[in-house]
Ligand binder design. Structure first.
Ligand code: PAF
Length: 282
């Protein structure tokens, strides 16, 4: 396994691999890898000749009051996990390499970045789109992998890839969960023992809502009110940021629950900001 820190070295290598006819798969991450990343890396390994992982805590997607400084990092363990998943190349750039002195160009995806997480994290998706755009130019993969847990990120990246004609296939894999339903996330590391006990309430709320929909509930207002009540009762330490029922493609709130809808929620629980969602075909 190679660890590459320079952009030119990475670009030269993937261009050579492409010339040789190798199919390149790519998993972008901010490190502190867990089994959710593991599942993306497994698919990447299975579906491509070359498996590339990037580890870069992207400062541009963090707001000024957010957790950039405290974001968990563990290079040694990440390298071990990458080896276990038979990664061929880790791209591990520094901040200076990615954003040198005079850096002026950002990617803004309109409309779909203003809602859900984008509403409380202004600039977040501008940072995500910019870094993913840069990484796709550097690595030039045939396929790129993301997890459904970050549903809005997946929609934003698909839109960017389509609008900017980036020749890559975006693959989205199901959320990986703990046994009690909590979606795996690097930020779960922030939870205290007590908060961790309440955290499965996010998924329980989504499952309760899914059951209501299957029983015939079609009113998104009634449903989200019910979800908020249920969530507050099971997760009293949490502060709900949003509970929404949106169109899975446009991310606009639906007036009636039918077609493909995304039930999504975000909760602040102690130092952690947790998100989760389910995609339903009704
Ligand atoms: O999902 C993440 O870990 C990050 O948002 C990503 C896609 C690696 C961009 O920094």
């Amino acid at each position: 396994m190679k660890i590459i820190t320079r952009i030119k070295t990475m670009q030269n290598l993937t261009q050579k691999l492409r010339r040789e006819g190798q199919r390149i798969g790519f998993v972008p991450t901010m490190g502190y890898l867990h089994d959710g990343h593991g599942s993306l890396l497994k698919a990447c390994r299975r579906q491509n000749d070359i498996s590339v992982l990037s580890i870069f805590v992207n400062p541009v997607q963090f707001g000024p009051q957010e957790d950039l400084q405290s974001y968990p990092r563990d290079k040694k363990n990440d390298v071990l996990l990458a080896k276990k998943e038979n990664v061929d190349i880790i791209f591990y750039p520094s901040e200076k390499v990615m954003y040198p002195g005079r850096y002026l160009t950002y990617i803004h995806v309109d409309e779909i970045t203003a809602t859900l997480c984008g509403a409380s994290r202004p600039g977040h998706f501008r940072g995500v789109a910019t870094v993913v755009g840069k990484l796709l130019n550097i690595i030039q993969p045939h396929r790129v992998y993301f997890g459904q847990k970050d549903a809005q990120q997946c929609v934003v990246i698909r839109q960017m890839v389509q609008d900017l004609n980036i020749p890559v296939r975006v693959c989205v894999l199901p959320t990986v969960r703990e046994k009690d339903g909590l979606a795996l996330s690097s930020r779960n590391a922030y939870l205290t023992e007590k908060e961790r006990q309440e955290a499965p309430a996010l998924y329980q709320t989504l499952k309760m809502a899914e059951a209501e929909i299957r029983r015939g509930e079609q009113d998104p207002r009634r449903l989200t009110q019910m979800m908020a009540q249920f969530l507050n009762s099971r997760c009293p330490q949490g502060n709900i940021e949003y509970v929404m029922c949106v169109n899975a493609e446009t991310l606009e709130p639906v007036k009636i629950i039918q077609g493909t809808v995304l039930l999504a929620l975000a909760v602040r629980l102690g130092k952690a900001r947790l998100i989760d969602n389910v995609l339903l075909r009704v």
